[in-house]
Design a protein around this ligand. Structure first.
Ligand SMILES: Nc1ncnc2c1ncn2[C@@H]1O[C@H](COP(=O)(O)OP(=O)(O)OP(=O)(O)O)[C@@H](O)[C@H]1O
Length: 706
């Protein structure tokens, strides 16, 4: 018996472990679990013993993290193997399963030093602009920090020469003119810094997005079976923006805060060492508070991003399939499902709000206490003539500056922690190597390719469902230039054969060859360029018809208009395309929504014609069409099939009469293979049974229609 378990959440501090059992399943004895120490909990083992009297079903096991540390939100199917009614298993969570085992992106515990290096490494491409920005930052900070000193001088000038109006006016005027000039320089330097930082930030985000997008697109297809699209898109859009902001704005604000805090403290010691020593006693507790706050914020941020990704995934899927949602009248329930997901984000935001409120309340209070202390102690120093009124004013201003800088530092710290959280999610994606590279391997001279296909003893199970074999020792030969129809009941693996031939997945055992070459030795790009596909639901992109047709060409820009018209005519598409007001420039809408099924297919056929492949895979190409469309598409297909090796996957057995051979899939292998009539003549044969079943169903259908 094989059972499956879905692990929902694993976390560092386990608070609760809940197992939801399907009907008629019981727990053998109470479940035990052990959790390692703080550092090693990602290796923690959860053991349980289960008894099932029913068929295997997905069991949900959920952990609740005690607090917010490294909560990972992944689903991981775990197989229970056993032959009796009771199965025992030890489950490992988190990082113990390597990426190659599961393919699921497992969030790692961030290693701050590495993350710091990687995040800073992103700034490498913009080093000159950023260096200039740091230069301007130094100028503007120097101006800001000198201001209290000179303002103190102004106050002393006013105070000391109060009796002599002329002297005071002259001194005041010259001081104010000088200060205005200095402030102007500071303002200009600050503007330059902001501009340069913005430009660099956008460029870094652009580069990062390109790398992440490229990493996503080059992953093997099985990766997308395991990872959710919405989650990947969230990484591509939101996480890259957060990381980009960390390297530029946050870093520059942080540098400024550090520079100003150091300069401010130095100036405080310069103005009055005793007062400075007294005031700065408050800094260490503040720093400890800031460190703790930043740590918690990082955890919350990572959780928020994950919760947001789930909500995005749901929204994207439902909006993309709005017609289905509408047809079932599920708008309200979908809104409530989405709200539930965003509630998770909200509850995390509440935790963040509590943290922020506590932290900013504490820092505000500390700041005010600092000011009060300065006034109190400074007043005493003034009374004993150890300080002038200007010095006390300067000192107060520096105290403000230092307070603001420390507050800036803590928000810098929290933003950087957010950046590390987002960065960790990006590195996982960027570091992931696809199972096989897209552009390595043999490239054969095109004129030598004949298109002889062989499946030799192929065994295969989808990586996400390793327990369910799709093929076991399947063998099939499709001689070059012939048409092979593949039939079989639903779920027998017809489409899977196409996926294997395109090398979207690798076989577990056995091999597939084209002209004697194992497809694993061939360059995947090249291999796919030799294979054309037309499916029941051809995918068109939201661009013009012209671009959708030229998508099939290696170099779309080199395709001439005459060539496009030619393939459109052969595909019976020219007339209807020209009937649109914008002709070939008509934009077809998302997934080609503005076109009918038959029109989409004829465009897909034109695209395949332009590709001029040696091998053609037709997956249920005409099954969804009405009679008129079908004859147009069929005619176009026949022209496309001419002179190529063709594999047709067909449900309607009447459409494959002209195939050179028919292969019938059953129970993970080719049960029958031969010519149409030959297979029909075998009374006990599977093909004959399928034909009879289909004929019977058709008769029933016609009778029902009257
Ligand atoms: N990406 C996938 N991951 C896991 N299992 C899959 C995946 N795609 C298909 N399967 C499973 O593989 C089996 C064969 O599917 P396949 O689509 O090849 O069948 P088919 O013969 O083309 O079916 P139909 O005629 O209904 O289109 C099915 O049981 C299906 O559930």
């Amino acid at each position: 018996m094989t059972m499956w378990l879905l692990i929902r959440v694993s976390g560092t501090y386990l608070q609760r472990l809940r197992l939801t059992l399907p009907g008629r399943c019981s727990l053998d004895h109470s479940m035990s679990f052990s959790v390692g120490s703080r550092k090693t909990t990602h290796r923690s083992r959860v053991s349980c013993s289960l008894r099932s009297s029913s068929k295997p079903q997905p069991w949900a096991l959920s952990y609740r993290p005690l607090f917010l540390h490294t909560p990972t939100c992944t689903r991981m199917p775990i197989a229970f193997a056993g032959s009796s009614a009771t199965s025992r298993a030890t489950l490992s969570t988190g990082a113990e399963k390597s990426q190659s085992d599961t393919g699921i992106i497992q969030p790692k515990t961030p290693v701050p030093l590495n993350d710091v290096k990687r995040i800073l490494g992103l700034a490498q491409s913009e080093k000159w602009r950023l260096t200039a920005a740091v230069g301007f930052l130094a100028v503007s900070s120097a101006v800001s920090m000198s201001a209290p000193f000179f303002l103190g001088k102004v106050i002393d000038t006013i105070y000391n020469s109060a009796a002599d109006t002329d002297t005071m006016t002259a001194s005041l005027t010259s001081l104010c003119i000088t200060l205005t000039g200095v402030f102007l320089c500071g303002g200009a330097a600050n503007a330059a810094r902001v501009y340069l930082m913005q430009i660099s930030g956008q460029k870094i985000v652009r580069n990062l997005r390109a790398s992440v997008f490229s990493s996503i697109l080059t992953q093997e297809v099985a990766f997308f079976d395991r990872n959710r699209t919405g989650e990947l898109i969230n990484r591509l859009s939101a996480d890259t923006a957060i990381v980009g902001r960390s390297v530029t704005d946050n870093l520059s604000d942080g540098l400024r805060a550090v520079a100003q805090a150091i300069a401010g403290v130095s100036m405080m010691f310069y103005v009055s060492p005793s007062l400075a020593g007294f005031v700065l006693m408050i800094v260490p507790p503040l720093a400890i508070l800031a460190a703790g706050y930043g740590r918690y914020l990082r955890s919350i941020s990572k959780c928020t991003q994950e919760a947001l990704a789930e909500a995005t995934q749901l929204a994207e899927e439902r909006i993309g399939n709005l017609r289905t949602v509408r047809a079932f009248g599920k708008e309200l329930s979908e809104v409530s499902a989405y709200t539930q997901k965003t509630d998770e984000v909200l509850s995390l935001a509440k935790k963040e709000a509590v943290l922020r409120a506590g932290f900013f309340g504490a820092t505000g209070l500390s700041g005010n206490i600092m000011i009060l202390s300065v006034l109190y102690k400074g007043g005493l120093l003034m009374a004993s003539h150890h300080m002038t009124v200007g010095e006390l004013s300067s000192f107060l201003m520096y105290t403000f500056w230092v307070g603001i800088s420390i507050a800036g530092l803590s928000s810098f710290y929290s933003e950087m922690m957010k950046g590390f959280g987002a960065g960790t999610r990006l590195w996982e994606l960027l570091d992931r190597k696809p199972e096989f590279p897209l552009n390595e391997g043999l490239v054969l001279p095109t004129d030598q390719i004949r298109g002889h296909i062989e499946f030799c003893d192929v065994s295969f199970a989808y990586p996400t469902r390793k327990e369910a074999s799709i093929f076991k020792n399947l063998s099939l030969v499709v001689p070059a230039g012939t048409v092979m129809a593949v039939v079989g009941s639903s779920g027998s693996g017809k489409s899977t054969m196409v996926s294997l031939l395109l090398r979207l997945y690798d076989t577990d055992l056995g091999n597939i060859t084209i002209d004697g070459y194992d497809i694993r030795d061939l360059n995947p790009y090249w291999l796919r360029s030799q294979i054309g596909t037309v499916s029941q639901e051809p995918v068109l992109f939201s661009t013009s018809i012209r671009e959708n047709i030229t998508y099939g060409a290696v170099n779309p820009d080199a395709v001439t208009t005459e060539e496009i018209y030619r393939v459109a005519r052969v595909a019976n598409a020219y007339e209807f395309i020209q009937a649109f007001p914008n002709g070939f420039n008509t934009v077809v809408g998302e997934k080609g929504i503005l076109l009918s099924g038959g029109q989409k297919q004829r465009i897909a056929i034109a695209r395949a014609l332009l590709k001029n492949p040696v091998i053609l895979l037709l997956d249920e190409a005409t099954s969804a069409l009405d009679a008129e469309n079908e004859s147009l598409v069929q005619e176009a297909l026949e022209r496309l099939m001419d002179g190529r090796t063709v594999v047709i996957i067909a449900h309607r057995l009447s459409t494959i009469k002209n195939a050179d051979a028919v292969a019938v899939l059953d129970q993970c292998r080719v049960a029958e293979c031969g010519q149409h009539l030959e297979l029909l003549s075998n009374k006990d044969g599977l093909f004959r049974k399928l034909m009879e079943k289909q004929a019977f169903l058709q008769e029933e259908h016609s009778r029902a229609l009257g």
